[in-house]
Design a protein around this ligand. Structure first.
Ligand code: BGC
Length: 389
């Protein structure tokens, strides 16, 4: 028997007891049909008619996805839903299999953060045929009409935050005025992740003018997204990539800026810099996104200049609201109806805002808000290259 069935029977029993008690003592209100009294606390919780929600995350190797899954599950369970979670070891075929298995066993709604949404096209079609609604989580499900809503962050604005930080920290206007230049290399996200392209566009919206007039110089010549993207946002590949670039293009000179699209990539880049003998005096500006715990240790030590904090508690809350909306035919909170066309349909979205974090403001943003405890950020070593596939 499914847990929620048991839970409902138990709640039904409690209701009956409550009705008898209230009726016999006369002084208390008898519940209406559908009104539920829970045990002696009289707490009202929704009973979500035995609905099961599948939650599909891309991997457990990066810090964020396990946290995201935990937050979503907590929110969905608070709404009275049962949940089943799968992680896909960053393999799109594993994820496809996980989704198909769950569809076959029976599921009422699916929250999917795709590894590669192109591989999911057929299984999403099956979901639509079975009338199982799908919410795209963080990453868009491209080229399908089998997606009801999209909950994410404003990825372009994440890119703008990274670009703006570089512009200010490297004092690019001053550099330009002095007719000088700074060197930069780009390490962007996965080519099969729509977020990566949006982040890149945001970065370029700020830095392009400085690249055009050669205030910023890219010695590798790699500026386009296609030339700078890193499969699966892999720190391991980033480490290899930057090592090759430093050895082949920066012999005898130091690089000034390493523009990394996320913290996993930045982690790999930091490992390479250590191995190549970079030290505090010639350490470049390094960027990222996610504000992972291991990354924050590097930010505090001054080795990663900045990251972008994405409050996944808020994202999970908005996502759970979307699940509730598709299951109970209500309207979810939407703040963007135009920006996310996935190639087939424009998907109504909620895009959460983000914050730039560095050593100056991390306490206020991450600790005072209760996202991390100070002790989590103060112990142990810094960035480990966790995304090694
Ligand atoms: C997410 C980032 C994450 C990256 C790698 C992107 O889709 O938006 O937060 O760092 O995937 O997992």
């Amino acid at each position: 028997m499914r847990n929620s069935v048991r839970k409902n029977l138990f709640l039904g029993f409690c209701t009956l007891i409550a009705v008898i008690f209230c009726t016999s003592c006369g002084g208390r209100k008898v519940p209406e049909i559908g009104e539920i009294l829970i045990s002696t606390e009289e707490k009202e919780i929704p009973v979500a008619q035995d609905k099961v929600v599948g939650v599909f995350m891309p991997n457990k190797t990066e810090e964020r996805w396990e946290n995201d899954a935990n937050n979503i599950v907590k929110n969905l369970e608070n709404l009275g839903y049962e949940t089943k979670t799968e992680f896909a070891v960053n393999n799109s075929y594993t994820q496809e299999r996980q989704i198909r298995n769950m569809l076959e066993k029976g599921i009422d709604c699916m929250v999917i953060c795709p590894v590669n949404s192109q591989i999911l096209l057929d299984v999403l079609k099956e979901a639509k045929e079975k009338q199982v609604p799908v919410i795209a989580y963080d990453r868009m499900l491209m080229d399908t009409d089998a997606v009801s809503y999209y909950a994410s962050f404003d990825n372009e604005s994440i890119g703008v935050s990274i670009g703006t930080y570089i512009k200010e920290k490297a004092e690019l206007d001053q550099v330009r005025q002095n007719h000088e230049s700074k060197t930069i290399e780009f390490f962007m996200g996965s080519p099969d992740d729509n977020n990566a392209i949006r982040v890149y566009d945001g970065i370029m919206s700020v830095l392009k003018p400085y690249l055009e007039d050669e205030t910023l110089v890219v010695k590798s010549g790699r500026v386009e997204f296609e030339d700078t993207c890193i499969m699966r946002w892999s720190g391991y590949l980033a480490e290899k990539d930057v090592t090759y670039t430093l050895r082949s293009k920066y012999k005898g000179s130091d690089i000034d800026i390493l523009c990394c699209a996320n913290d996993s990539i930045a982690g790999g880049v930091i490992e390479a810099l250590d191995k190549e003998g970079y030290e505090q005096e010639n350490w470049p500006i390094i960027t990222g996104q996610d504000a992972q715990i291991s990354t924050m240790k590097e930010v505090i030590k001054g080795r990663q200049a900045m990251t972008v904090f994405k409050d996944t508690r808020i994202l999970a809350d908005k996502c759970a609201g979307m699940v509730q909306a598709v299951l109970e035919q209500t309207e979810p909170e939407i703040n963007n109806r135009d920006s996310y066309h996935n190639g087939v349909v424009t998907v109504p979205s909620y895009l959460c805002t983000t914050m730039t974090v560095d050593v100056e403001n991390y306490k206020e943003i991450l600790i005072d808000s209760g996202y991390y405890k100070e002790s989590q950020l103060s112990s142990g070593t810094g960035t480990v290259n966790s995304n090694s596939q």
